[in-house]
Design a protein around this ligand. Structure first.
Ligand SMILES: Cc1cc2nc3c(=O)[nH]c(=O)nc-3n(C[C@H](O)[C@H](O)[C@H](O)COP(=O)(O)OP(=O)(O)OC[C@H]3O[C@@H](n4cnc5c(N)ncnc54)[C@H](O)[C@@H]3O)c2cc1C
Length: 578
């Protein structure tokens, strides 16, 4: 039977679920269709941080953020790469979206007291307040529906199903070091064992899993139907307007008509080989951190109907440097080197020539941009994190956690390489021997001066935030001098795509002539990044994803009244890309 709704949302990641929830809260009759058997997409496996300038939550937390400062910051970071109108729309709605979420739902976020913007030394950059983090969510209140929440990647859970956030990790690794550590450990571990009596994993959700768990819970509360195993097959266009969508369901193909339109939120490029070849640089692995159900459907189905693809100016990919551990059973465990190791003293990154190419404590995206540049023209883009035994013992490296537990296991699996001397390490890995020795010698000299004159490791608040505060004067610098030495191969991998469908300030998809395709919206990674391939701060994709979801819902409900007056930009300082 054909069905008619006000708004059909396709894809139940953070962007799609937000669009469906806001639409329902604003009086629309909504249907949400998800291809996979669970909701959450990449969002469920993410850190869940949301870059949302100027929210009331920042005031509540005592770290007030200011839209004007965020505007100045974005002007400096994104510069003249275009798309300013969409960024103005984002700035105009960011605080309203967060307020509506906070006041009308139980999706709870907190402004981070300390979570600095990623592009350092810029006017308007924030140290805290701008990035928001999901509050813990108790998944058990979903009851039997908890099974519909996609779990995080297995490698991010302890004890086979327990979530731990960054602040708790140290305590869990050293539970008997102090009373405080013991209390934190008990707070995390005890509920886990209780929840395992009823569920197949822990129900104390944090980070991205808390975000999608609570969004899903609120969709249920609002009686929004969510169809699982129901991928979009095709959009139906009549007289230039998208009027329907064919959805494949367990009962067969259903045609859904939607009076106000169709929202594509299928997670961007993901595993779509054709789009990866078109948009991503040569030498990138074909692996993705997206779930397998993200196959670029929103983009490809819209392109079939004349939509325009907007490759981002700097990069159509947003990256994490990742290391890969192949399990004996063939499972490829991936460790994204986000915050824990690169910035620490005594850790450097080199290319095959043994040369450093980057400030290791810069953002993961900027790290990879430099890595790609340093490997240009090569078949594969690979570099190595190098450290000595003191550093790996103290800070860990990838899957090797502080304390260097299970070191031999990872050495045997060829995840990590080790040797007593740098010469031997170079021989084992194929890194240029003299290059590596010279680099380490020179780096150690710079450490004595406390200044990385080559790349500036440890300059700026964001760099120092991820360093070791006990190390002075520069919390990111330390010598590599006590063997054995270690090398860990890292490659860039997409944590998100930033190239996507071209859209207008209401999230309406544009055609090749920059005209609106009536009835078709996109948000999340299906909509090209409003930051044009730059990575301004923590939450760069979820922030705009949720704000544009809100704008689409408001627009579809006829409630969007514009508050911003678009001004041409005055570029004060232009960021140079890595
Ligand atoms: C480890 C990790 C940590 C990250 N941390 C952060 C962070 O802290 N902050 C941040 O901003 N970003 C982060 N990112 C990036 C972020 O997770 C993604 O950019 C974001 O989740 C994309 O959201 P989305 O809603 O667009 O897509 P997704 O969350 O991927 O959801 C897309 C959904 O669409 C479904 N779908 C696909 N095709 C169809 C179809 N044909 N029909 C119906 N449904 C379909 C998929 O199954 C999926 O459920 C992180 C990424 C990773 C990998």
């Amino acid at each position: 039977m054909d069905q008619q709704v006000d708004l059909l949302v396709i894809g139940a990641g953070a962007a799609g679920m937000s669009a469906a929830l806001f639409a329902k809260l604003n009086g629309l009759n909504v249907l949400l269709c998800e291809k996979a058997a669970q909701a959450g997409g990449t969002s469920a496996t993410s850190g869940g941080t949301i870059w949302a300038p100027g929210s009331h939550l920042s005031v509540k937390a005592g770290v007030p953020d200011d839209i004007e400062q965020a505007r100045i910051f974005l002007r400096s970071v994104v510069g003249e790469r275009g798309g300013e109108e969409l960024r103005e729309a984002f700035l105009a709605s960011s605080a309203d979206m967060i307020r509506e979420l906070d006041e009308k739902t139980t999706v709870k976020l907190n402004a981070c007291l300390a979570h600095p913007d990623y592009v350092k030394n810029q006017p308007g950059e924030a140290f805290g307040g701008r990035a928001l983090a999901p509050a813990e969510f108790d998944g058990s209140i979903l009851g039997a529906d908890f099974k519909y929440v996609r779990p995080p990647r297995p490698e991010f859970m302890g004890l086979g199903g327990m979530m731990v956030n960054r602040n708790e990790l140290n305590a869990l690794l050293n539970p008997v070091q102090s009373i405080q550590n013991l209390m934190i450990t008990l707070k995390v571990v005890l509920p886990y064992f209780f929840s395992r009596l009823r569920f197949n994993r822990g129900t104390r959700l944090v980070m991205g899993n808390a975000l999608v768990g609570s969004l899903f819970y609120n969709l249920k509360k609002q009686h929004v139907p969510v169809w699982f195993n129901s991928p979009l097959q095709e959009l139906i266009v009549e007289k230039g307007k998208v009027v329907g969508a064919k959805i494949q369901t367990e009962k067969g193909t259903e045609v859904i008509y939607a009076r106000q339109g169709f929202v594509l939120a299928t997670g961007g490029v993901g595993w779509n080989e054709q789009l990866r070849q078109q948009l991503f640089p040569k030498g990138l692995t074909s692996d993705s951190l997206s779930p397998l159900s993200n196959t670029g459907d929103g983009l490809s189905k819209a392109i079939q109907k004349g939509a325009k693809l907007d490759p981002s100016v700097d990069s159509s990919v947003l990256y994490f440097p990742c290391s890969i551990h192949m399990h004996a059973n063939g499972y490829k465990a991936i460790w994204p080197h986000i915050i824990l190791d690169r910035a620490k003293p005594g850790v450097i990154a080199v290319n095959e020539n043994g040369k450093r190419f980057v400030n290791e404590s810069d953002s993961y995206h900027d790290f990879c941009m430099a890595q790609i540049k340093s490997n240009r023209g090569k078949e594969t883009i690979q570099s190595y994190l190098i450290c000595d035994h003191t550093a790996i013992e103290k800070y860990g490296l990838g899957f090797i956690l502080p304390g260097a537990k299970k070191l031999n296991y990872y050495l045997k699996a060829n995840y990590l390489f080790s040797a007593n001397t740098l010469e031997e390490l170079a021989k084992k890995t194929g890194i240029d021997k003299q290059g590596l020795i010279n680099t380490v010698q020179y780096f150690n000299q710079m450490v004595e001066q406390g200044v990385d004159t080559d790349f500036g490791k440890g300059t700026g608040v964001m760099n120092r935030f991820n360093g070791d505060p006990e190390v002075k004067p520069n919390p990111c610098l330390g010598k590599l001098e006590h063997g054995p030495y270690y090398a860990l191969p890292v490659i860039p991998m997409d944590c998100a795509s930033s190239g996507g469908l071209a859209g207008d300030i209401y999230g309406r998809v544009l055609d090749q002539n920059n005209q609106v395709i009536s009835g078709l919206f996109a948000c999340g990674n299906d909509l090209a990044s409003i930051f044009k391939g730059t990575y301004p701060g923590p939450g760069t994709t979820l922030g705009p994803g949720m704000v544009f979801a809100w704008r689409i819902a408001q627009f579809a409900a006829g409630k969007l009244t514009e508050k911003f007056n678009h001004q041409p930009i005055q570029v004060t300082q232009q960021r140079r890309s890595a």
